[in-house]
Design a binder for this molecule. Structure first.
Ligand SMILES: C[S@@+](CC[C@H](N)C(=O)[O-])C[C@H]1O[C@@H](n2cnc3c(N)ncnc32)[C@H](O)[C@@H]1O
Length: 239
């Protein structure tokens, strides 16, 4: 009797532990497979359209730049001191870096770019041969920065389950928050319902804020000027 009880007490937590471990393994496998598909799509697109806004699936350079301006102005408004260190997560071919260089308002920015796509990182390094070290292959800041900024990083997806894609996004955001001093600043396309249509992810603004508050920290949003449906979110690190 005693033996049976003790076996039971030991095996229950074990099975829960195994279940959790298997679920985590499955998620990691799924996320890696999403990233392989995303990588293939961006590599082909870059080969086809080159280092242009269309080369990273933007409709126009105007909307690409309006997004940069919205995200960078939020980071600069929030920064308690200058210069501001930022990591551009999903930097593509480095267009945000070029934009920062042309804008005196953002002169006090220390930039680094990170992308999961090797072709994008080498395009950045080719464009900026004397600043190659600013661009790295990866999915999170390599060293702690004031702000991690994401422009269009989570728009394209080959997943067809919006809830699962949200989990992927939050997994990425959590990882980046560990290397961020003040806030994550990102944009997403929004719609009345969270959905994926033609491989583009649309978040429900209120639902995204609710989850970000619960999982990461105080969050607010601002509609991105000049880009219909696009919203810039700020997720601050709890003090
Ligand atoms: C729509 S493009 C935008 C590129 C750049 N931000 C711009 O606006 O020009 C999205 C980029 O994010 C990268 N990306 C997607 N998921 C990522 C992740 N989890 N971590 C880092 N980069 C990612 C892609 O490889 C692609 O280069």
């Amino acid at each position: 009797m005693k033996r049976a009880n003790s076996t039971c007490q030991i095996s229950l937590p074990d099975s829960r532990f195994n279940y959790r471990r298997e679920r985590n393994l499955l998620r990691r496998f799924l996320y890696a497979s999403f990233e392989r598909q995303i990588n293939r799509a961006y590599r082909n697109r870059l080969a086809d359209r080159g280092t242009t806004a269309q080369g990273v699936f933007w409709r126009s350079e105007t909307s690409q730049i309006a997004r940069f301006d919205a995200l960078l102005s939020l980071a600069h408004e929030l920064a308690p001191q200058k210069p501001v260190t930022i990591a551009d997560i999903g930097c593509g071919y480095g267009a945000m870096f070029d934009f920062i260089k042309t804008k005196p308002a953002y002169a006090q920015t220390i930039y680094c770019g990170v992308d999961i796509n090797a072709a994008m990182v080498s395009a950045c390094q080719k464009k900026h041969p004397t600043e190659q070290a600013l661009f790295k292959l990866g999915n999170a800041p390599q060293t702690t920065v004031d702000f991690a900024i994401f422009s269009g990083t989570f728009n394209l997806t080959h997943c067809d389950d919006p809830a699962l894609w949200m989990d992927y996004i939050f997994n990425s955001l959590e990882r980046c928050m560990r290397k961020t001093r003040y806030a994550l600043v990102l944009n997403l396309l929004t719609a009345p319902q969270t959905k994926i249509t033609q491989q583009i992810f649309y978040a429900n603004r209120a639902a995204f804020i609710r989850r970000a508050k619960q999982q990461l920290g105080p969050t607010y949003a601002r509609s991105t000027k000049y880009v219909s449906g696009d919203v810039s979110f700020v997720i601050t690190r709890p003090r």
